[in-house]
Design a protein around this ligand. Sequence first.
Ligand SMILES: Cc1ncc(COP(=O)(O)O)c(C=O)c1O
Length: 446
Amino acid sequence: MDDALPRVHAMPNDLNAFWMPFTSNRQFKSAPRFVVGAKGMYYTAADGRQILDSTAGLWCVNAGHCAPRIVEAIRRQAGELDYSPAFQMGHPRAFDLASRLAGLMPGNLDHVFFVNSGSESVDTALKIALAYHHVRGEGQRTRLVGREKGYHGVGFGGISVGGIVNNRKFFGTLLTGVDHLPHTHNLEHQAFSRGQPEWGAHLADDLERICALHDPSTIAAVIVEPFAGSAGVLLPPKGYLEKLRAICDQHGILLIFDEVITGFGRLGAPFAVDYFGVQPDLVTTAKGITNGAIPMGAVFARDDIYQTFMDSAADGAIELFHGYTYSAHPLACAAAHAALDTYLEDGLFERAAEMAPYWEDALHSLKGTRHVIDIRNLGMVGAVELEPRPGAPGKRTFEAFLKLYDAGIMSRVTGDIIALTPPLIIDRSQIDQIVDSIRDVLPTVD
Ligand SMILES: Cc1ncc(COP(=O)(O)O)c(C=O)c1O
């Protein structure tokens, strides 16, 4: 069968058994939206329609769907070495991949711990931070600081430092000893900013208040997304990340950047670390590491953090009691190598940087469209925020999402925000198609 053609799929008779994640199950199951294939910028829907992907899957398919090198690498690997344990054993591609990744990451973030998702990446980084202070004799540093509206996945660590209320309120007391910085979103001062807002660097100073309250000697780490993605593309004000770095340095606190969505080109640079020029101590990644094709994540650690663990344990002892059955899975490593080949050989990070000004202008042309109260952009990320429908937050945007899907655009909504994060292979006419569809759809939504 020709791989370019989507296979014919029988639709399921029963939608009941699959408990869908982060989905209104009842809404979906009453009017399901099935995709059965994907290639490049497009999904194929069950009814044969081509749906333009304006969100790179869930911020992961940066090189477009079914990128040929990645498809081939997974096929080959599956027939050669399907699995091997990463505990007390290794396979060569894992070591090569770690070296390649460390080479791509700026500064001395030279060591890579493999995981299977963004959530695991975050929990791993938090555990490394706590254990690092422990093994170097500062075990009283147990507090973690996150940020309001932050999203760090769904593990207990991630939801504890995260700041999205619905991800927290159902799940008990979470981790203890966690505090939160204020979020950086303020429409009064920032609406319709292009790129990083001018206003708001002072919000980082709240870390000094948290230090004064708990005493900095009790704080292990601060974790932030360089910009908050899942909460609706909330951008760091100019100078904000630099301030966080300076305050962490002053008090011996580790700074963790959660680059699960910013890593691998989203901002037109390999990582947000490159883009912002601010160097954290630990970086979490996932998603684009394999172009979304096989689950994988990776935590990057500063050289001296790794060395501290190596020096702390007796000969032959395990230095870090942590890891997953599928850490450095051979298929994931093969997919990640091929994803890196694709990004680098096809110049996709540079392409994203070149396309960003066109993207910015196109998005901001929506100013004045019905319901739009803000437009934000950075690199190949955009958000269109709508006035919430009185008494029904999120409803208007969800209706827009459904209508956009009918119009052939896969979008992603969070609260009253349409978030747009296309594959980096997008061209100008496809950008126009996304923006024109939003312009057409919004006036038809009440
Ligand atoms: C910043 C950030 N961290 C962590 C995660 C969690 O990743 P996963 O869904 O792979 O566990 C996400 C997912 O969107 C994310 O955006």
